[in-house]
Design a binder for this molecule. Structure first.
Ligand code: SIN
Length: 567
């Protein structure tokens, strides 16, 4: 790629966060190259069934300021004492503008009564008022992905954006004086170095750390691992949200919380409804409470999954005794889930379906300020791979798509401002890493070859829904003994990244000797008020630097290969 006179930005990832950043940065005249590891729509965004939280019309009595305050309060409440309050305010304040931008890109949110009528604002767990916009019933993410991909393809056609598909991030390239100055990538099976003035990581989460996950196969923590190797600060990695109800079948298809919101109940193998014994909100208790109880009940019945019973559900005007009206209601209200269950040969209108908790969302990630800046100059992060502080220890449902849209736009603004002001010195502006970052153990190499299935099973057992000190210690020792694969292939690079992120998650989970939000320690089952703060971590950098190259056009790939085993 030849250099252009405009500052060049690499945006890595094609979900809502990456596409929003790329499109907004291109609108600001930056030379944007968008990288997508797989197809453009192979993202967590595409799978999001829940909606996007944003108060667009104010409360029924027309008090939008109160609406903002309530959204802030609900988000902080879910976050269990570790949110960044200022970032939460930014998220909520910018939400209406983010929805407007999505609509301008062609997203069609569901309306109450056809074209021109108000959007339907739905209610979900832990939201005090209805404020969730949906599209296509349970296909909000798919509609957003469709519209943003269409916008990106149009921008590609007119030359405003370049897109490299099937191109995986291998490592960031840093310069001792300037921070991030490009990336090593695997373009198909060809390694390349892409120079850039700034790099934005929008690589999503790391659900593939676990055998049960609602995330797609691409969610292997690539951006977080690369940022760790570049010496960026990370935070909140102990906070992994497990969704209580994924289908207990290959693929772990998500059965949305909205299904419980509309009346589905959970039963054990004897048919007994058990959440009424555990929490006043029963099936609508916070996600972590339901996930833990589902794991306990499943363990108590020899590992057999619990059952989600939707057989009594009927739509408006339906009759409880009519199986047919239940089937019609489920198919109309939840078309995506209905089709997936039927593809698995399950008739959820007639029979309860087996469900399991599954890794769903990583609250932690690369520490950023409220404009995507990380602790490494020139490196930005946005979306699930970033930790802006808006989710704290537990994300409020439907705040994740919103985060990608809000902070994608803000990151584009920051890129334009920072790059235009760049006189070569790159003054450091990044997240406030309160009290400094603790050192993460080096990415050592053990003797045991990495096996992804065994690794995922060990993560589930030791750092899953239920954790304790001895289990985490044993897991940390086991992970330290693993040798990541050295090949320059997508699978090997993903394995290396999973191991790096897994080690960081386990270190953070061991350090947090309390239970808070999604992080539950059986040896410390209560929150410790003294620990109600975010903990930052950093590793000694091992990413390639420009000192390893002769010129911008030649790169010592031998160096890269040597470095790959250090995960
Ligand atoms: C769901 O639909 O249950 C998931 C929504 C979310 O994770 O925000």
């Amino acid at each position: 790629m030849s250099r252009t006179p405009f500052p060049r930005v690499l945006v890595v990832g094609s979900g809502i966060a990456g596409l929003t950043t790329a499109l907004a940065a291109a609108d600001r005249g930056l030379d944007v190259v968008l990288l997508s590891k797989d197809r453009l729509d192979e993202t967590n965004t595409d799978r999001a069934q829940g909606g996007i939280a944003a108060m667009t019309a104010g409360l029924p009595d027309g008090q939008p300021r109160d609406a903002e305050e309530l959204h802030v309060r609900d988000t902080l409440g879910a976050g269990a004492g570790t949110c960044d309050d200022d970032a939460v305010r930014v998220l909520v304040r910018d939400s209406a503008a983010a929805i407007t931008a999505l609509v301008e890109h062609g997203v069609a949110f569901d309306r109450a009564d056809g074209p021109g009528s108000p959007w339907v604002e739905g209610l979900e767990g832990a939201h005090s008022v209805p404020r969730i916009l949906h599209a296509g019933g349970d296909a909000t993410g798919r509609e957003i992905q469709r519209a943003l991909v269409a916008a990106a393809l149009a921008a590609e056609t007119t030359g405003r954006l370049r897109i490299l598909r099937h191109t995986m991030l291998v490592d960031l390239v840093t310069s001792p004086g300037r921070g991030a100055v490009g990336a090593l990538v695997l373009d198909g099976d060809r390694p390349r170095r892409l120079a850039a003035d700034a790099v934005v990581l929008a690589t999503g989460g790391a659900g593939q750390l676990y055998p049960h996950t609602t995330n797609p196969a691409v969610a292997t923590g690539d951006g977080i691992a690369a940022a760790l190797r570049a010496g960026a600060a990370v935070t909140d990695l102990e906070f992994v949200q497990f969704h209580p109800t994924a289908l207990a079948a290959p693929g772990c298809f998500l059965v949305s919380e909205a299904v419980r919101g509309e009346g589905a109940v959970l039963r054990d193998g004897t048919g007994r409804r058990y959440l009424t014994d555990v929490h006043p909100l029963a099936e609508l208790a916070p996600r972590d409470v339901v996930a833990r109880e589902n794991v306990r009940r499943s363990l108590a019945q020899g590992g057999r999954p619990v059952l989600l019973d939707c057989t009594g559900m009927t739509g408006p005007g339906g009759t409880a005794s009519s199986g047919r009206s239940t089937a019609e209601h489920l198919a109309r209200r939840f078309p995506t889930i209905d089709a997936a269950l039927r593809a698995h040969g399950m008739d959820w209108a007639r029979e309860p379906v087996p469900v399991t908790p599954a890794a769903h969302y990583l609250m932690g990630g690369i520490a950023t300020d409220d404009r995507g800046r990380t602790s490494v100059p020139g490196l930005y992060a946005v979306g699930e791979c970033a930790a802006t502080g808006v989710h704290g220890a537990n994300r409020l449902a439907s705040n994740s798509l919103l985060e990608g849209a809000v902070f994608g736009a803000r990151t584009a603004e920051a890129l334009a401002a920072d790059l235009r002001a760049d006189d070569g010195a790159r003054p450091h502006r990044g997240p406030a890493v309160d009290g400094g970052a603790l050192p993460l153990p080096e990415g050592t190499e053990g003797d045991v070859p990495f096996d992804r299935q065994a690794f995922q099973a060990a993560m589930w057992a030791g750092a899953g829904v239920l954790r304790d000190g001895p289990g985490l210690e044993a897991l940390a020792a086991r992970l330290a003994g693993l040798r990541p694969p050295a090949a320059l292939s997508r699978r090997a690079l993903e394995d290396r990244n999973l191991l790096a992120v897994g080690r960081a998650v386990v270190t953070a989970a061991l350090h947090r000797a309390e239970s808070r939000g999604a992080h539950f320690r059986e040896d410390f089952p209560a929150p410790d008020p003294a620990r109600a703060r975010r903990i930052f971590w950093r590793r000694e950098p091992t990413a390639p630097t420009t000192e390893h190259q002769d010129t911008a056009s030649t790169y010592a790939y031998g160096d890269i290969l040597e470095r790959i085993p250090a995960c």
